[in-house]
Design a protein around this ligand. Structure first.
Ligand code: PEP
Ligand code: MG
Length: 950
């Protein structure tokens, strides 16, 4: 017989899959003997059964009734009893927390009769009516589907009529009147009266939680955070305790350390005479948690004790929700708290120092996405003007954008490529699309735990909240600063989520401290305490455990040197195309326009010394480490001038009656001759080498001559030659024969024993599927996952991401672009086939990846599991790849240990959740399909060369 309901006392945090995060942690706190109001959890299994069949599973109602009876017995009261009602809270709690996504219903059990009973036993009619109107509002909106705005409007209207500044100024009669208004609104909006039966309230509230799993906001959040759609949510049913019973009551949230910086201390917000919902909604301004020491010293001391107990027990930062009911402290929630990237590194490092975790575990608690975020620039302190306004530094980082005042506008402008800052009085879950689209979120109300702050931190977005000096008028789409400056929609501001300052205009950025250290290439000992030290120690731990080697994609000596400082052990892809651009372009044109073999050879001969010099300097920068040089890949016409420009020049000259320049005419002819409808599938890669005589030989000679030069200079050059876009072993055999011939020539001419391994890229499905025979001719494989993704899906890597991927992601075809994170099911399958068949044909075959996925955290884990030897990525992502390669190696051990110890599993789940929170989705949307470096923190920009952008 399946069981669907569990008492808190029966569970623990290892049961998060079944009881959800909230339920399992309440169970854990109950087990620890902490003051938790009694309750029970309806499992995710029940939710899944409900979602599958549309009705509650058999036996669930009876189980709920039995557990309710137990809660009633412990409370000495029954649900909704007219003279002294037991009241319940009904909350959602999925495996992974989804802030603001799922609905909470408080005060279940109140009705027209029991509200009077509550008034009597509590001694406060105001409190009773306040609770009732809250139930009507939450139940009416969440369960019955009445528009939430109706309730807010009614409350605002009543406040205006009474001249009340806050809801605290409304008395019992006002609230009773409001309850009537709400009941009318429910009936009017839904055609149904608010149910007076407490049992029916409970039943419908539970089912509404189940249903909210499939709400639009929940789906959006899951897609962004890559949370599977089929987990379902648990429902926590708990005896109500009341923070709104007067000044000796209240609600608060707390963190055991600062979730923004990781520093130890008391962090949180408290709101006297309020329920928990009020604290996070930002409706009233909270006081710092430290003020509780003055307001209620006994509860404050007890809370600090519990916070310490929890942190030691969970061995991590915990976040906590609590309520004080007439001087008695109750714990309503705890979980391993979300944190910024900075805090994640700082806390993991500090917990090692405190002896709570070891370095391996510390490594599992940070992430590459977090590291990437720390490598981004901050505002230049020297060049920041006076702030326009200040608020709470809620989620760190620096962002610049045009102000917009609603979610839809933010999404619209962002889709058109504009950077925006979403400005609101406060945010609610409806603002989520705008928050996703914005660079930063700025609110005039609420503290560090307001909706805006929590969600922004979860997404890694810059956020300043509670900037009360700003008057935000969303209706007129403008904000006014204290000095009278008016921010109309579209005006640019700079938002510093680390200091809370907001500046007018665009403030210049400076590199991050972490970046500075990585650039300097210092070791951990020199890094000292603080964030930079914490990052360095995490990287050193990753290096100590990882199996994957990390190389860089670099094609200049400067990039090679930087990559080396960042910890790259070689170059996995030197794209030579940039060597054919700029001033050298005319030599390439000569080669293309050549009419005779002699003319072509002359052009190639002129290119040779230039390329030799490039290779020599790159080999010097990577002395002693492998440098994989790829033969020219892009179609040649990419090196010719733009066809339209040429045609216009020729036509204008003709129209003027002049003779067009001969070179222009020739070039236009060549461009026309070489035009391809599908150049990505045309004369490129290995095909160029086979079709253009002398091209391979010149490049190989340049590589070999560079090796000779470096050897003579006493260096240790380790050049490897890589052939792109091979689809058949015969292509590779032919090119390789030519490579070997030239190498032999250079050996004979120079007397230096030049030997370069010749390998191939695997970037077409056919090469993956014929990897066995290809391995017979290849000293190494390197997966070109950009082209492999393009050709496996049939997606043009240059077009689709901006064209229709947003719709695909919205409609759930995939959660993330396959050009960003490797599609394991399809492209990954080809990778596995090629690894297996390649190594079977040639045991010990060296295999790496040099597509953009080589620097993508999730993909790095895949390449680790697929047995690759190395990943290669842009220099700036080398530290990220090192860290993730280390974390991937830890995964091997924890997978093995998993079966043995359930607690480990719970820890990992917390970490996964936390990593989601810390490093949630944004992390820099990458334009990975283009192979360019737009994800680089330094934002080096593109340059205008067509081939350079590939
Ligand atoms: C690839 O296709 O993954 C690759 C690395 O080559 P490019 O991006 O230069 O086509
Ligand atoms: Mg390619």
């Amino acid at each position: 017989m399946v069981r669907y309901v569990y008492d808190f006392a029966e569970g623990g945090r290892e049961m998060a899959g079944l009881l959800g995060g909230k339920g399992s942690n309440l169970a854990e706190m109950t087990r620890m003997g902490l003051p938790v109001p009694p309750g029970f959890v309806i499992s995710t299994e029940a939710c899944r059964a409900f979602l599958a069949t549309g009705s509650e599973p058999d036996g669930m109602a009876e189980e709920v009734a039995r557990h309710l009876a137990a809660v009633e017995e412990s409370a000495g009261r029954t649900l909704g009893r007219a003279d002294d009602p037991l009241l319940l809270s009904v909350r959602s709690g999925a495996r992974f927390s989804m802030p603001g996504m799922m609905e909470t219903i408080l005060d279940v059990g109140l009705n027209d009769e029991s509200v009077h009973g509550l008034a009597r036993v509590s001694g406060s009619a105001r409190f009773a009516w306040d609770s009732y109107r809250r139930l009507l509002q939450m139940f009416g909106a969440t369960v019955m589907g009445a528009p939430a705005a109706r309730f807010e409007e009614a409350l605002d209207a009543l406040k205006r009529a009474r001249g009340a500044r806050s809801d605290l100024d409304l008395d019992a009669d006002d609230l009773a009147e409001l309850a009537d208004t709400y009941k009318d609104a429910v009936l009017r909006e839904t055609g149904e009266a608010f149910p007076q039966s407490p049992a029916e309230q409970l039943r419908r509230a539970i089912l509404a939680v189940f249903e909210s799993w499939n709400g639009e906001r929940a789906r959006l959040y899951r897609r962004r955070e890559r949370i599977p759609d089929d987990l379902g949510t648990a429902v926590t049913v708990q005896r109500m305790v009341f923070g709104n019973l007067g000044p000796d009551s209240g609600s608060g949230v707390a963190f055991t350390r600062d979730p923004a910086t990781g520093r130890p201390g008391v962090y949180g917000d408290y709101l006297p005479d309020a329920q928990g919902e009020d604290v996070v909604s930002g409706i009233r301004n909270t006081v710092p948690l430290a003020d509780l020491e003055r307001l209620d010293p006994a509860s404050y001391r007890r809370l600090l004790e519990i916070m310490e107990t929890l942190e030691r027990h969970y061995r991590d930062l915990c976040d906590i929700e609590f309520t004080i009911e007439r001087g008695r402290l109750w714990m309503l929630q705890t979980r391993v708290g979300k944190r910024t990237a900075e805090a994640a590194f700082a806390i993991a490092d500090a917990l090692v120092e405190e002896g709570l975790i070891d370095r391996r575990e510390a490594l599992s608690r940070v992430s590459g996405e977090g590291l990437a975020r720390l490598m981004f620039p901050r505002f230049d302190a020297e060049r920041t003007p006076e702030p326009l306004a200040r608020g709470v530094a809620a989620s760190p980082g620096a962002a610049v954008g045009a102000v917009v005042f609603d979610s839809a506008e933010a999404a619209r402008r962002a889709a058109a490529g504009e950077k925006v800052v979403l400005v609101r009085q406060e945010t609610n879950p409806d603002d989520l699309p705008g928050m996703v689209a914005a660079q930063a979120i700025l609110t005039s109300r609420g503290g560090k735990t307001s909706h805006a702050a929590v969600v922004a931190r979860g997404m890694g977005k810059v956020c300043v909240c509670g900037a009360e000096e700003l008057t935000v008028d969303t209706a007129r789409r403008r904000a006014t600063a204290p000095d009278g400056t008016v921010l109309d929609e579209g005006r640019v501001v700079s938002v510093d989520g680390s200091s809370g300052a907001v500046y007018l205009g665009e403030v210049p950025l400076v590199p991050s401290e972490v970046m500075r250290r990585l650039e300097a290439g210092e070791d951990g000992a020199a890094a000292g305490d603080g964030l930079v030290g914490a990052v360095t120690r995490a990287l050193e731990q990753a290096d100590a455990v990882r199996r994957l080697e990390v190389r860089a994609n670099a094609d200049t000596p400067e990039d090679a040197a930087r990559a080396r400082r960042f910890g790259a052990r070689g170059i996995g892809l030197c794209r030579t195309e940039h060597m054919f651009l700029g001033e050298r372009r005319h030599l390439v044109e000569e080669m293309i326009l050549a009419r005779t073999p002699e003319e072509r050879d002359r052009a190639l001969d002129a290119l040779l010394p230039l390329q030799t010099d490039d290779f020599t300097r790159i080999l010097e920068a990577m002395d002693g480490l492998p440098v994989t040089i790829r033969l020219l890949d892009p179609p040649l016409h990419e090196f010719l001038p733009d066809r339209v420009e040429l045609a216009v020049r020729v036509a204008t000259a003709t129209a003027r009656g002049e003779r067009p320049g001969q070179r222009d005419t020739e070039l236009l002819e060549a461009v026309d001759r070489m035009h391809e409808d599908n150049p990505m599938m045309g004369l490129r890669g290995v095909r160029l080498g086979l079709a253009v005589p002398g091209l391979v030989a010149m490049q190989v000679r340049a590589v070999a001559s560079a090796v000779v030069a470096r050897t003579r200079a006493g260096g240790d050059p380790r050049a490897e030659i890589m052939v792109p876009l091979v689809g058949d072993v015969e292509e590779l055999r032919l090119v390789r024969a030519e490579v070997e011939r030239v190498l032999a020539e250079v050996r004979a001419e120079s007397g230096v024993p030049v030997d370069c391994p010749v390998g191939t890229m695997i970037e077409l499905p056919r090469s993956a599927l014929t990897a066995g025979p290809i391995a017979g001719e290849a000293a190494f494989f390197s997966f070109g996952t950009n082209d492999l993704t393009q050709t496996t899906w049939g997606f043009s890597r240059d077009d689709v991401e901006s064209e229709f991927f947003p719709a695909y992601i919205d409609r759930g075809v995939f959660a993330v672009s396959p050009f960003e994170t490797l599609d394991e099911e399809g492209v990954g399958r080809l990778v596995r086939i090629a690894v297996e068949e390649g190594r079977r044909a040639r045991p010990g075959l060296q295999i790496g990846v040099c597509g953009e996925h080589g620097g993508d955290p999730a993909s790095v884990h895949f390449f680790h599991s697929a047995g690759l030897d190395y990943v290669s990525c842009s220099p700036f992502r080398v530290p990220v790849a090192r860290l993730e390669a280390g974390r991937a190696a830890l995964g091997d051990e924890t997978d093995a240990a998993d079966g043995a110890d359930g607690t480990d599993r719970a820890d990992q789940a917390d970490q996964a959740d936390q990593a989601r929170g810390a490093d949630g989705a944004d992390g820099g949307r990458r334009d990975s399909g283009d192979g360019g470096d737009r994800s680089d923190p330094s934002d080096r920009g593109g340059g205008g060369d067509p081939a350079a952008g590939r």
